[in-house]
Ligand binder design. Structure first.
Ligand SMILES: Cc1cc2nc3c(=O)[nH]c(=O)nc-3n(C[C@H](O)[C@H](O)[C@H](O)COP(=O)(O)O)c2cc1C
Length: 164
């Protein structure tokens, strides 16, 4: 049990890139890190700690991220867990409340509620009719703050070093 799992649930790729940036920072503290689509994670049993993030759509997490949590709740009681979600469009990123199910599971596990990172919606990345329409409006842009993401990942890396 040596690796850290960074799992993500995305529709248009922005959350995957956040997960990769988090993994890069944790790796730089000499941890082995694997980055996986949440839908490809059966069990978190092989991992000693888990970071999980989902894109937000209509206030919800993507199903594969919620499934990962519900299926693995028992195992996650014995592993550190960090949660994030990505969504708000606009330069003023307001923290978003996670869906109730996610908050309840986080509370039972003793994990913090998810941190909110800004999202991305651009004509190049938009998938689907509504997203393409939205990407032509005032919400369009990339509002991910890579320094903030890196700082958060750094705190995780430090905690993992302390726990080693
Ligand atoms: C149809 C639609 C609904 C959305 N709903 C929300 C929402 O409820 N809350 C939010 O913060 N962001 C919302 N967003 C913004 C996305 O979460 C944002 O673009 C995110 O970065 C997409 O992540 P992904 O590229 O990983 O799928 C929505 C975007 C679209 C296109």
């Amino acid at each position: 049990m040596t690796e850290i799992l960074v799992a993500y649930a995305t529709k248009m790729g922005a959350t995957k890139e956040i997960a990769e940036a988090i993994a890069t920072r944790i790796r730089s503290a000499s941890h082995e890190v694997v980055v996986l689509d949440a839908g490809d994670v059966g069990s978190v049993e092989p991992y000693k700690a888990v970071v999980l993030g989902s894109a937000l759509y209509a206030g919800r997490w993507r199903r594969e991220a919620v499934k990962l949590l519900t299926r693995n709740e028992k195992l996650l009681h014995t592993r550190p867990l960090w949660l994030f979600h990505s969504g708000p469009l606009g330069s003023d990123v307001t923290p978003q409340q996670a869906p109730r199910k996610v908050r309840e599971i986080a509370a039972r596990i003793g994990a913090d509620e998810p941190i909110t990172f800004g999202g991305r919606l651009t004509p190049e990345s938009a998938a689907g009719f509504i997203a393409r329409k939205m990407a032509q409006g005032p919400m369009a842009g990339d509002f991910r703050d890579w320094d903030e993401i890196d700082r958060w990942a750094y705190t995780i890396a430090q905690r993992l070093v302390a726990a080693r």
